[in-house]
Design a protein around this ligand. Structure first.
Ligand code: ADP
Ligand code: ASP
Ligand code: MG
Length: 408
C-alpha cells in the first residue's frame, strides 16, 4: 500500500463529466488499497475569468482582494470532486488551503508555502477517506487568503507530497508527459520517459509551463518523486528523476523551451562611464521589476546601448522608468519591443560538449532568423528572436538537434 498525492489541472476538471472521470481514476487507486490525497486546480478558464472581472473594475486591484477572488475557483472543484467520489461510494472530504492549513508568507499572488499542517489529512486517511485540497491557495499568519502564482496547484501537490512523505506525486494534465518541447508547437515532439530534476527546472524557468517552477524546486529540495501523466489516458508519463543517472550517457540537448512573455527595452546612446548599469537597473529593480537578459555594447563614439528584457506585463512601467533615467543620464533615446520571444536549448550534456551554440546560430541563420540577444549558462543557451519566427525556429532546432519523433 502506498500513499500517492495526485494533482489534477484545469482541463482535467474542466467539466462535470471530467470531474467524474477523475473520481473514477482516484477510485482505482483506492480499490488497489492505496491512500490518495488530491490537489485540484480551478476549472480551465476560471482563473482567467475571475482576473478579467477584477480588471473590469480597476486596473490596480489590491493583491489581497485578488487572492480572495481568484482562490474561489479551486473551492468549486474540490467540493464537486468530493461529491463525485462520494457518489461512487468512496468517502472523501474537501479542504480549502486555510482549512488544512497551508501556511504561506504574505506575498499576495506569489506566496511561498512555509508549512503544512498534516494533522487533519492524516486523520482522514486513517479513516479511509480521500482528502481533496484546493490547489494554488494558502493562508498567511494573519489569516489572509494567499495564492501561489499562476500554475500554483502543481506546487500545492508537490508540497503536500513532501509534507506527507508520499511515495509519489502524480501531476495529471492534458499531455501524457514532458516532451522535448511543447507538443502543441512541434508535432514531432517526443515524450521523455525520464528527465533530470535539473533539466526540468531549467525547462520550467525558461518557459515550459507544464510544471510550475516552484513545484520543481520543491520536488528537488525535498526529494519528492514526481511524475507527469495524462489525466484520461493510460501510460507511465514522465518521471522527474531526483538524481542524475551517471551510467546513462546524457544527450547533449534534452529539450527546447520558449517564452512568449518577454519584452525588450533599450536605452540608446548612454555615456560609457562607470555606474551606468546600476543607474539604469537600480530604479527598475526598486520598482520590483525582474530583469532577465542583459546586453551592453560600446559604440565607437564612447557611448553604449543598454538592452535588457522584462516580463511583458512590466513593459509599460519599465519604459516609463527608463524615460526618466535616460533624461538624467543624457542618453539619446529609449526604444522597446514586445514582439519578441526567447528560445532556449536545455541539456546537461552540454557541459561536456562544445559547439552547441555555434550549431544553434547556424541553424537559425539558415532559416534567416536574426538573433537579438544571446545568453548562456552551463546547461542552456537562450536567444531572443522576433516572435513571428518562434514556430519556425523551434521546429528547425528540434530537427537539427535530433529530437524529432520520427514515428509521427
Ligand atoms: P494544467 O492545467 O493541467 O496545469 P498546463 O496548461 O499548465 O496544464 O500544462 C500543460 C501544457 O503544457 C500542455 O498542454 C502543453 O501545451 C504545455 N507544455 C509546454 N511545454 C511542454 C513540454 N515540454 N512538454 C509537455 N507539455 C508542455
Ligand atoms: N487555477 C490557477 C491558475 O490557473 C492555479 C493552477 O491551475 O495551477 O493559475
Ligand atoms: Mg499548470
Amino acid at each position: 500500500m502506498a500513499l500517492y498525492v495526485h494533482k489534477y489541472g484545469g482541463t482535467s476538471v474542466g467539466s462535470v463529466e471530467r470531474i467524474e472521470g477523475v473520481a473514477k481514476k482516484i477510485k482505482k487507486f483506492k480499490d488497489e488499497g492505496h491512500d490518495v490525497v488530491v490537489a485540484v486546480s480551478a476549472m480551465s478558464g476560471e482563473t482567467n475569468r475571475l482576473i478579467e472581472l477584477a480588471n473590469a473594475i480597476t486596473d490596480q486591484p489590491t493583491p489581497r482582494e485578488m487572492d480572495v477572488l481568484v482562490s474561489t475557483g479551486e473551492q468549486v472543484t474540490i467540493a464537486l470532486l468530493s461529491m463525485a467520489l462520494n457518489k461512487l461510494g468512496v468517502p472523501a472530504r474537501s479542504y480549502t488551503g486555510a482549512q488544512v492549513k497551508i501556511l504561506t508568507d504574505s506575498a499576495h499572488m506569489k506566496a511561498r508555502i512555509q508549512d503544512i499542517d498534516t494533522n487533519k489529512i492524516k486523520g482522514d486517511l486513517s479513516e479511509g477517506r480521500v482528502v481533496i485540497v484546493a490547489g494554488f491557495q494558502g493562508v498567511d499568519g494573519d489569516g489572509n487568503i494567499t495564492t501561489l502564482g499562476r500554475g500554483g496547484s502543481d506546487t500545492t501537490g508537490v508540497a503536500l507530497a513532501a509534507a506527507l512523505n508520499a511515495d509519489e506525486c502524480h501531476i495529471y494534465t492534458d499531455v501524457d508527459g514532458v516532451y522535448t518541447t511543447d507538443p502543441r508547437v512541434v508535432e514531432k515532439a517526443r515524450r521523455m520517459d525520464k528527465i533530470t530534476f535539473e533539466e526540468m527546472l531549467e525547462m520550467a524557468s525558461l518557459g515550459s509551463k507544464v510544471l510550475q517552477i516552484r513545484s520543481v524546486e520543491f520536488a528537488g529540495k525535498y526529494k519528492v518523486p514526481l511524475r507527469v501523466l495524462h489525466s484520461s489516458k493510460e501510460g507511465n508519463g514522465t518521471l522527474i528523476t531526483i538524481e542524475d543517472d551517471e551510467s546513462v550517457e546524457q544527450p547533449v540537448i534534452s529539450g527546447i523551451a520558449f517564452n512568449r512573455d518577454e519584452a525588450k527595452l533599450t536605452v540608446l546612446g548612454v555615456p560609457d562611464i562607470p555606474g551606468v548599469a546600476s543607474k539604469i537597473l537600480g530604479p527598475v529593480s526598486a520598482a520590483n521589476i525582474e530583469v532577465d537578459m542583459i546586453v551592453q555594447n560600446v559604440a565607437a563614439d564612447k557611448t553604449t546601448d543598454f538592452t535588457f528584457t522584462v516580463h511583458r506585463n512590466d513593459f509599460v512601467k519599465t519604459e516609463a522608468i527608463l524615460r526618466e533615467v535616460a533624461q538624467s543620464l543624457g542618453a539619446r533615446e529609449v526604444s522597446g519591443a514586445k514582439d519578441i520571444t526567447k528560445v532556449s536549448l536545455v541539456g546537461v550534456g552540454m557541459r561536456s560538449h562544445a559547439g552547441v551554440a555555434s550549431k544553434m546560430f547556424d541553424v537559425l541563420a539558415q532559416e534567416n532568423i536574426n538573433i537579438q540577444i544571446i545568453s548562456t549558462s552551463e546547461i542552456k543557451i537562450s536567444v531572443v528572436i522576433a516572435e513571428k519566427y518562434l514556430e519556425l525556429a523551434v521546429r528547425a532546432l528540434h530537427t537539427a538537434f535530433d529530437l524529432d519523433d520520427n514515428d509521427k
